[in-house]
Design a protein around this ligand. Sequence first.
Ligand code: MIC
Ligand code: SF4
Length: 755
Amino acid sequence: MTFDIDMIRKVYERYPERIAAAREAVGKPLTLSEKILYAHLWDGAANQAYDRGASYVDFAPDRVAMQDATAQMALLQFMQAGKDKVAVPSTAHADHLIQARIGADKDLQDGINKNNEVFNFLSSVCNKYGIGFWKPGAGIIHQVVLENYAFPGGMMIGTDSHTVNAGGLGMVAIGVGGADAVDVMAGMPWELKFPKLIGVKLTGRLNGWTAPKDVILKVAGILTVKGGTGAIVEYFGDGAESLSATGKGTICNMGAEIGATTSTFGYDDSMRRYLAATGRQDVVDAADAVAEHLTGDAEVYANPEQYFDQVIEINLDELTPHLNGPFTPDLATPVAEMKEKAAANDWPTDIEWALIGSCTNSSYEDLTRAASIVADAVEKGIAPKAILGINPGSEQVRYTAERDGLIDTFNKLEGTRIFTNACGPCIGQWAREGAEKQEKNSIVHSFNRNFAKRADGNPNTHAFVTSPEMVAAIAISGKLDFNPVTDTLTNANGEEVKLAEPTGHELPSDGFAVEDNGYQAPAADGSGIEVVVSPDSQRLQLLSPFAPWDGANIEGAKLLIKAFGKCTTDHISMAGPWLRYRGHLDNISNNCLIGAVNAYTKETNAVTNQLDGSVDEVPNVARAYKAAGIPSIVVGDHNYGEGSSREHAAMEPRHLGVRAVIVKSFARIHETNLKKQGMLGLTFDNEADYDLIQVDDTFNFTDLVDFAPGKQLTLEVVHADGSTDTIKLNHTYNAQQIEWFKAGSALNLIKTQNA
Ligand code: MIC
Ligand code: SF4
């Protein structure tokens, strides 16, 4: 059965007319990204061309997906929007809260016991408002979406930055904060700045040890963590067609790591095969009727330089396996160069743990290719040096892998642990033994992010991102710098042997199977369902609206923290143990900016309280200013808020009295989240002004009363000795977004509009 097939058919029915209108408006051949965007305009058929990277445009996404760690806040907000039911098909997925420790059987039950209150809340809110709920153990949101909901040419948003994974099936799928999801679920338009377009032409074919993951590891090395900001990355060329749909998903998934708005591929046979194998021949039939519209125009792909803002070409014949890391996903090293680079940088090369999984690489094909390495090692009598941990992407993948003997193969390797179908170590849900000792060590994984402390909470764990095949090979060799192409391993008989190249199956030859996929359909009429949140719950807290702007210039503000260097959403609102407070704004605010590095001392979670000169934890100092009625500001570096879509990173400072975040540049989702929550997200006009900010400065906005689109704001910085600097700040607020600021938040505005 295909979910929401009528909606999908309707989208395809309107495609020909919408594309014809877009062609006329744009006046030249169209990329796939433009086709999907123009086919989803809120106002219907296009009557004008939009400026890439400049125009704000209202869209009408086809569906919404949320995961448990962000859904709580999204749904707490939706409950305030005054609606009976969601306006578009929506789902929530319980995948982030289950800790990996012993193995799936035990861990899943523990996870359910520990998070019962939250799962019950999600289950009842979903039931009430018409939202499909995927229960704990059903799988990781993006794998479940790819298997069940994604469709070529569709547009969706999701409260998770890796929503972009659905580009593997030719969607424009975009990660957003919960407040954006609320707009769409409440039946309102969703606004996005019309993206720029980056074309990536893939030629040749993957071979040997190279995997789809290496395409994106390479692209990340080229574009860096901010090179994709504000852009859709569109892949094309015969190399693109040679990749499986789940391989395409891997590539799109990690587009989040270069800051791309999303990534996508044109509709092709790999997508037909995947849709059919996952029981959706009806989608194939419907898509085939409009197939020409579900890929870029031939002229575009023949002369990409004329149609994309930037073009990159990668020859898959020549691409080699990569390892990206540590601490950032864009530090790309070809496997063949790792020996030299690890030695030069003093990266530990002994590996104790190697992890396969996460939404990026947990497909059936991924498991078969990793299993082929394991089977080869077992057959050749090579004992593994590290522990292999595996989180299958979904119950359907796990069940099929078990039926087909893959799980048995993995278990033949001593020590292997099969964890729950969930995020697990990827988001710090990992009870790694000994992590608290904070020893310097390295791990490899097939995930997408490797920021400090992310997997096991240890700041000295050097995590490297690579393909599942390479993770398996490194687990066996126990060495970060093992190169399976050239290096040998000693087997039980003392012989020097080489690992065979990976082989795999794109799709299960006997089809997918599953007994209980973990889906809970919502009630047809939810009006009688009551959602209860206990007032003394430590995990959930009903929201009270943020205060509207009082119409005056913000004056006398103090500096909460000047963050130095990388400040991702993991630094602003850490995950791992803190995930338990994702539904309780006041409790989770106790992690506000505790990972950010204080620019003056290079310490974390220690800032000066200007009221009494004491040094205290960031949340405490923020609470002290708030209690004294003193506004505060946060200052940051480049790409501030990189990483997650979690709006907690905006709501926490807002809750603690921070009024403005002033940085050199923002990551897209975080900037929007700040705007939605009624904050000022501003950038230095002159980046060097970052250096002017002193720890004991006082800040006065002198022309906030004239806040207007396209007009700079002025900040007077008063130093402790009485001298002042006046600096200019840029912003990207449009008229509507300024209304959010004035109302105190976008949600406050929705409420007045619905009242
Ligand atoms: C992540 O990978 O960082 C997460 C956890 O999936 C986040 C969402 C969250 O913080 O809940 C994301 O990528 O958006
Ligand atoms: Fe889950 Fe990790 Fe994917 Fe985020 S990146 S959705 S934590 S598996």
